[in-house]
Design a protein. Sequence first.
Length: 335
Amino acid sequence: MATLLDNWSEILRTQNLAGERRMDAVSRWLLIVRASVFPMTLVSGAIGGLLALGGPDRADANPAHFLLALAGILLAHAANNMINDWFDLESGVDSNQYVRGQYAPHPILSGLVSKRGLLAAIAAVNLVDLGILFLLARAHGWPIVAFALLGLFVSVFYVAPPLLLKHRGLGEPGVFLVWGPFMIGGTYLATTGHIAPWVIAASLPYACLVMAVLVGKHVDKIEADTAKGIHTLPVLLGEEQGRRLAQGLILGFFALVATLVLAGTLSVWTLLCFFALKRAGPVLATLGKPKPAAPPENFPIWPLWHVAWVFVLTRLAGGLFVLGLAIDAFLPWHL
């Protein structure tokens, strides 16, 4: 059992499993669905649920509906990752020479699952998600369906034709909307049965961090994406401006939290996230420079670089933000 836990821990930390370790069924599926990035979705869901308890307008929260919504967005994230891998492989983007096949095992190229198996998994996960949506729609009507369909639209057409959002500089804004207003607002709606403009405003700081993660990743892939004709925002803006965009999004997180606290929308306790500024300094400095020519020893996800730094900061700052909301549920403190 200890070996299995070590396997799962390594995958959740690095999205890789060392060659000397024996592959188990859970590890295989953690790699296939890219579970290492699920913490971002957990934080978005937690923010949506906790805003019902710690927002300026306290609401009646339904714990069962919150858990259903949290399960739904996690399954949607898993389906999104598998859909992206499927379409990028089918369109000729993904290969063993492309970045996706280098920083972590590609589900099909690495032999973790067959094409048919991946399609079956995508269908199964979406079918379960449809069941969750049916239950929540019975309770809350068409608005919850609208949030789900908007998220599904961005998820599928991020890499699927004819829109190919990632290829047109629209993937990063799409992720901002999904992990911010759609996930946080949708979870709040599922938990309380209603939505308000202040909830959407409260979703924006964390949306900045998640978008910064993707921008950092696309900065790391800029040469490969340029060669493939994939026009991500860093490709369109240029490598230096892409890094500056990521820096701006990180600073935007802290600025928006402070502004929303002063406006009374967020709890004063959410200022706990400012303890992450110590970590933010080195991350901003790293984003100020190009990727090094070679990785440090034992760096797990090369040729990615900037994204790792931003992801670690996002995990810390997001966790502290959630902690502040959780404290406010018991000790309300709004200006």
